[in-house]
Structure formats: structure tokens, C-alpha cells
Write a protein that binds this ligand. Sequence first.
Ligand code: ADE
Length: 359
Amino acid sequence: MRFEIVTIFPGFFSSIFENGILRRALAEGLVEVAIHDLRAFTHDRHRTVDDRPFGGGEGMVLKPQPLAEALASLGIAPKSPSPPCQGTTGDRGTLQGRGAVPQMPQNEEGALQAAEKLVAEGGGGFNPRIKPTESTRALAPEERLPPISPEIPSFSAASLAPEGMHRQEPQPPQRARVILLSAQGRPFTQALARELAALDRVVLLCGRYEGVDERINQLYCDQELSIGDYVLSGGELAAAVVIDAAMRLIPGVLGNQASGEFESFGPPDAEISTDADGVPRSQHGSGGLLDYPHYTRPAEFAGLRAPEVLLNGDHLEIRRWRRQQQLRKTLLNRPDLLENAVLTTEDRKLLESIRQEIS
Ligand code: ADE
């Protein structure tokens, strides 16, 4: 699984990838991250990435040309022109090439024309001959980060290999998605994190200033995502959130693979994975509810005792208590989640008694 981040603040991400689960996942090669400095795709002395909005108004808008060139350097061609994406659209499926991505002209009109030409010619796609530009830097060893491949992985090049060249074995198509991070996007959820974790490649465009020229969204993005109903100063934090949430759901990243299934917003009990003998790995699917509260030693802390039920080892009782706590927390903090939660008859009874208790 490879994440590509296009940003004007490449330095922003270093500490994020140096710690915790993400660091281990990178070191073990379960996840790759490459950061692409948008300014490297500018051609003026000031490395200008933004401009004033047409029609006037506050702030600056990220220009389309550097973004189009950054995406071309990743082998990403424009889709057929369609309305700007509002929420989920189909993934790109494959980034395999049907033709070479043209060199992007070094001015914005030219870049858009090239995009249009590519669409008219039937799409284009990933071109294994296009290497990351100098700015396309994987987090480097000298930055004391885990090793990350500096190369774009070689996707199927068979259809592109010139005659006489060694033809590579066909490889399975890449499942890829290009995402624009913006406050106007569809809310990012655990369900979306699960979707991303199943892909091979996710390209994240970090917006800045007032936003990104909408034609980039229209031409290249499969999805526009927001991490919450507030406005950040840019998409970098949002990209880090998306990577963190998706990466921990990639098989092998969490020590105990099951733990991703049993936390808040996890799948219902029926979808919880089982061991070879058919026994569920845990008795506690979240069914779209918030997680229950957790306690650890000491049993008594600051005059507060951990709930007796957790100390007595009766697993059925523990399970019932935890479910009740999940329902209670969800009712108190996120009642909206109850509408789509998978609830049993017993859950509904428990919910009713909690409602009476707190009213
Ligand atoms: N950029 C600015 N605000 C954002 C948000 N809430 N989510 C994603 N990207 C953003």
C-alpha cells in the first residue's frame, strides 16, 4: 500500500512518520509513503503555487498547473471531463498505461490543453518511464525515517514495453484513488478508512489558502474528503489523519489484527473475523457504536475502583456490561450513530433502560 502526498509543506510530515505504528509499518514495508513538493512543479523564480481567485474575494487559490504536473509525474492522467466530484466516485481501478503521459507544458493553459488532449486520445495512464522528479522525495534515510522506496512501484509495463525489450510478466491492476482534502469534502469515516486500506495506492492532494482550482478536482480527483466540520489552514493535517486511520487497518500493521475490528465504528458482530475453528476472535463487535470504556491496573486509582464486573472474570457478564457501556456512550455522545447501528432486541431493551436512567 502506497500513499503519495502532494503538498507545499513537505517538512510537515516528518515527525508523523517517525513515531508509533506508522513508523513500524514503514520499516516493515507494509506501507510506503512518498511526499511530493508542489513547488517543484512551478517554473517561475518565486515558485508560485497560488493566485488570486477569479471573481474576486478573499484569499488565494492553488493554481492548477503545478498540481497537474505533479500528478502527471506520478503517472496520473486526467479522467474524462465530468462534474466536480462531490463524494465517492469509482476508483481509478488501474493506473496502467494505455499510452504515455505527455510532458506537461510549462504554463497553465498548456497543461490544461495537454490534459484535454490526453482525454481525447483515450485516457493515458501510468507511465513507468516517468520517474519521480527531484522534488518527489521519499522520506530520506538522512532524515532518520524508516526506509521508503524512492521509486514509483513498477506497475504492469508489459503493454508499454517497446518491441525487442524484455516484457515483464503482467501484474494485477493497481487499485488506486486520488483524493482532494478540503473542508467541502464528504466526511471521512471509518468505513472510508476501510475502503482505502484495501487499495494499492492513494494519492492525497493537500489544499491550501482558500482552496484548489476546481478543475483539478474535476479532472483528477476520485473523491473530495473532509475530516470534520471545521476549517483547517490546509489539507496536511487531514492527509495525516487519513493515512493514520487507513494504514492501521492494513493487514499486519496492528499487532493484533483483530483490534481494528472491535473499536469504535467497527463492523457489526456478524462481520467480525473468526479463527480457523470458527470461534470469533473477540466477542465484542462494535456494530457502528462507540467503543466501551477501558480500565487497567491498579484496580483502585485516586479513590475510584474499576468496575467489579471486569475484575470477576465472568465473560458473559463482561460482554453484556461492555455492550451496555457502548450503548450508553453512544447515546450520550453520538446519538446520531444509533440510527444506523446494528442493534439486537436485547440492545434495544438496554437502550431503553439507559434512556430512563439518564432522563
Ligand atoms: N482543509 C481545510 N479544512 C479541512 C478539513 N476540515 N478537512 C480536510 N481538509 C481540509
